[in-house]
Design a protein around this ligand. Structure first.
Ligand SMILES: Cc1ncc(COP(=O)(O)O)c(C=O)c1O
Length: 393
């Protein structure tokens, strides 16, 4: 009865089953995976959400790309990051996930292909399947830092490829797109008429400011059609508001053609609530305090991680260039799944195995850097204590 866009089986994975079982027995688990900023005691400015109760017009006036004042607020926020985008090139969506869905509708027919980074955010696979599109993974390789294997990426291109997705900073590797990679991707997309989808939801959380960041100039170049994605869920740490956006850049004729078609898609959904749009500029105005609190949290936890990981010589915390996650390489003495289950059962600590993010080999753990400092430290102590005896990577 059901389409192949939804999974054929809905059984939770072994890790989720074991977590549920332990919790049902009253076991308290130190969860090192939460990336929900509203659940980890980030100090938000008091009464921040009261802006939602501000004046909202009684008359509904549907605007496919969103209210002009909210789009202006998004344009102003790009300017804060040093990027100039005309308001007319900005469209609002309820979430970044929805923005991806709209772009797949815009660019792909059923069965077309979109290149996605590997390892990366697992929802990309679901979002493509839900749009009847095939995600084809291109590898990020780690050689002291993560970078795109451009040769492998080019080998993934087929006549059915419609777009390339880049996530910068990437989740969970934290890696940034560098200028050389950005230049090559623009060349490829321009020459082959592909869309370049740039997920910049973590752009405000660059840890190493000195590294060259190739994402910023992409909206102002005129060689390839580029879509930059962002949202309040990360920029102001408020995922519950459901306000995200798309900004377009590239050859003016292509941008105009894309906007005209995107308008048809957005008009069919009109999914962004009016109250959040009316309050958008106030959320942006208060966003700095939230970002500072999150950055401070990430920096403190990174420091703890570096200190604690040194106690387990067979473990290695990979450098973080941005984002809210850390990747720890551990000796593959057993499968990642077994290692993570042992940690859960023996230490009551939950981390994500690398295979959740499609790492090309084992063994990696992924942990959130957003957690309360005491929780993160206690988790690290238990984690690295249990791995201390392990010999080599
Ligand atoms: C890289 C990346 N893109 C997009 C999203 C989704 O963001 P949104 O809450 O705006 O849908 C996430 C969520 O964690 C993410 O990690």
């Amino acid at each position: 009865m059901f389409s192949r866009r939804v999974p054929p089986t809905l059984t939770p994975n072994r890790l989720a089953l074991r977590v549920a079982e332990l919790r049902s027995r009253g076991v308290s688990i130190l969860d090192l995976t939460s990336t929900n900023p509203t659940a980890v005691d980030i100090p938000y400015p008091p009464r921040l959400l009261d802006s939602l109760a501000g004046p909202v017009p009684q008359t509904y006036s549907p605007q496919p790309f969103g209210l002009a004042e909210a789009r202006r607020a998004v344009a102003a926020d790009y300017r804060r990051r040093g990027v100039d985008v005309p308001v007319e090139r900005i469209a609002l969506t309820a979430s970044t996930s929805e923005a991806y869905a709209f772009l797949f509708k815009l660019l792909c027919n059923a069965g077309d292909e979109v290149l996605v980074p590997q390892p990366s955010y697992p929802i990309l696979e679901h979002l493509t399947v839900l749009e009847a599109v095939t995600a084809v993974s291109y590898p990020l390789v780690y050689t002291g830092r993560w970078h795109i294997d451009l040769t492998a990426l080019e080998q993934c291109l087929t006549p059915r490829t419609r777009a390339i997705v880049v996530v910068s900073p990437n989740n969970p590797t934290g890696s940034l797109l560098c200028s050389d990679e950005a230049r090559r991707l623009v060349e490829l997309c321009g020459a082959r008429n592909l869309g370049l989808i740039l997920d910049e939801v973590f752009a405000d959380y660059v840890v190493r400011e000195s590294r060259d960041n190739g994402a910023s100039p992409l909206l102002s170049q005129t060689e390839a059609l580029v879509f930059s994605l962002g949202g309040l869920s990360k920029t102001v740490g408020l995922p519950q508001l459901k306000l995200a956006w798309l900004a377009l850049g590239g050859p003016p004729n292509l941008v105009d053609a894309a906007l005209a078609r995107l308008e048809v898609i957005c008009d069919a959904y009109l999914s962004v609530g009016t109250a959040v749009q009316c309050a958008a500029s106030r959320f942006f105005a208060e966003g700095g305090a939230v970002r500072d609190a999150i950055r401070d949290r990430v920096q403190r936890n990174l420091k703890t991680l570096r200190l604690r990981v040194a106690e387990a010589p067979a473990c290695n915390a990979l450098p973080v260039e941005g984002g809210w996650s850390a990747v720890v390489r551990v000796a593959a003495t057993r499968s990642e799944e077994t290692l993570v289950l042992e940690l859960l059962e023996g230490q009551h600590v939950l981390v994500h195995p690398g295979f959740f993010y499609d790492f090309t080999h084992e063994a990696f753990f992924v942990m959130s850097l957003l957690l309360r400092e005491q929780v993160f430290e206690e988790g690290c102590v238990r984690l690295f204590r249990s791995l201390r005896g392990t010999r080599s990577l």
